[in-house]
Write a protein that binds this ligand. Structure first.
Ligand code: NAP
Ligand code: GDD
Length: 324
């Protein structure tokens, strides 16, 4: 019999890569989508999967929709990827962010505990939970103190500990992936990587003159979503439920990212990038670099992309889109 996976946030960046990955592995994939007033926008990232997945409406804040789906599907694996995932936006809509990312996780954990406790559960935790904290050797790992610096980070810390608590108290197979930033051509264009690549390609094609950004001196550990969803699958299929950091182990500043991207297009970023205060945040995470040695050693996870192949793929995708 086919294994069944239930994915919340299925039409997001990671949800779409994870769906493709699981369909290729022979899974029957079910997903939860929120209603969008423009129907066509709801599943654009899932277009290539056509009729291969089973979607239905729901919301992490609507307990009854979660309960009825989990009861009906009885999935073998639940991936909770749904979230208000934009850190800057979380300062503007802190209550919605915390409701979705914290209480929403409680809602789905409860539905799972009551109606499908034999299933396995994956929670999309984040390196944003480390906030301003970093170990002496300049890495963050599973043992690093959590010091979130945004409503988003705080909400993810709540759901991280809640997930651990459900494992301890109810002996459920629940795990956290503590994923560092991961990108792709499917990334929302209000996240910095896709904003930079889209802007640089538009400038190269003569469609845009300047690119406005916020803090150029924050460091991030960037990988590719395709590699990171593979890690999610390995985490949930490990013999024991556990929490793992998933990261590339390399860090670059936003400025470095601009420099690399513009250089690939034979441009100098200094001629085009300007700072606009409106993109600064009331609280910033200055430095992220993850130590994923446990995931590599215990799960055998190994990313295939580098920052260069990631940017090349994003440039190619935007060149195709903007040249039309
Ligand atoms: P994304 O592209 O923003 O996708 C988020 C998904 O969650 C979307 O499908 C969104 O639906 C859905 N969603 C939002 N609020 C919801 C609600 N109340 N009920 C049900 N669904 C809701 O994010 P992503 O990059 O794929 O990230 C996936 C998960 O990993 C998120 O939990 C994120 O916080 C976490 N994470 C991401 C990264 C990263 O670098 N990408 C790193 C660490 C952790 P709509 O399209 O309707 O808004
Ligand atoms: N979005 C954005 N837009 N960020 C900018 C800009 C800009 O114009 N200019 C500079 N930045 C800086 C931000 O201040 C931040 O330091 C860095 O670029 C990365 O910002 P984002 O791409 O928005 O990602 P993030 O690191 O805040 O959050 C992402 O990664 C987390 C994991 O660490 C999101 O995917 C979160 O959902 C995820 O948990």
């Amino acid at each position: 019999m086919k294994k069944k996976a239930f994915i919340t946030g299925i039409n997001g960046q990671d949800g779409s890569y994870l769906s493709s990955y699981l369909v290729d592995k022979g899974y029957k994939v079910y997903g939860l989508v929120r209603r969008n007033s423009i129907n066509e926008h709801q599943t654009t990232r899932l277009d290539i999967l056509n009729n291969k997945i089973d979607l239905s409406y729901g919301d992490l804040l609507d307990e009854s929709s979660l309960e009825s789906k989990i009861r009906k599907i009885k999935p073998d694996e639940i991936y909770n990827l749904a979230a208000q995932s934009h850190v800057k936006v979380s300062f503007e809509i802190p209550q919605f962010t915390v409701k979705t990312n914290a209480i929403g996780v409680l809602n789905i954990l409860e539905a799972y505990r009551k109606f499908c406790p034999k299933s396995r559960f994956y929670q999309a935790s984040s390196s944003e939970m480390f906030g301003v904290s970093v170990d002496k050797d300049k890495f963050q790992r599973e043992t690093t103190k959590l010091a979130p610096n945004s409503p988003y980070g705080c909400s993810k810390v709540f759901s991280f500990y809640l997930t651990k608590f459900y494992r301890r108290a109810y002996k459920l197979f629940v795990c956290n992936g503590i994923l560092f930033n991961h990108e792709s051509p499917f990334r929302g264009t209000n996240f910095v990587t896709n904003k930079i690549v889209k802007g640089a390609v538009a400038i190269k094609l003569g469609l845009q003159k300047k690119l406005e950004l916020g803090n150029l001196d924050a460091y991030r550990d960037w990988g590719h979503s395709k590699d990171y969803v593979e890690a999610m699958h390995k985490i949930i299929n490990h013999k024991v439920p556990d929490d793992f950091v998933v990261a590339s182990g390399k860090t670059y500043s936003v400025r470095d990212f601009c420099n690399i991207t513009f250089k690939k297009l034979n441009l100098n970023y200094k001629d085009y990038v300007v700072q606009n205060k409106k993109y600064l945040r009331p609280g910033e995470v200055p430095f992220l670099k993850g130590d994923a040695r446990r995931a590599r050693k215990i799960l055998g996870w190994k990313p295939k992309y580098t920052i260069h192949t990631l940017i090349d793929e994003m440039i190619e995708s935007w060149t195709k889109t903007l040249s039309k």
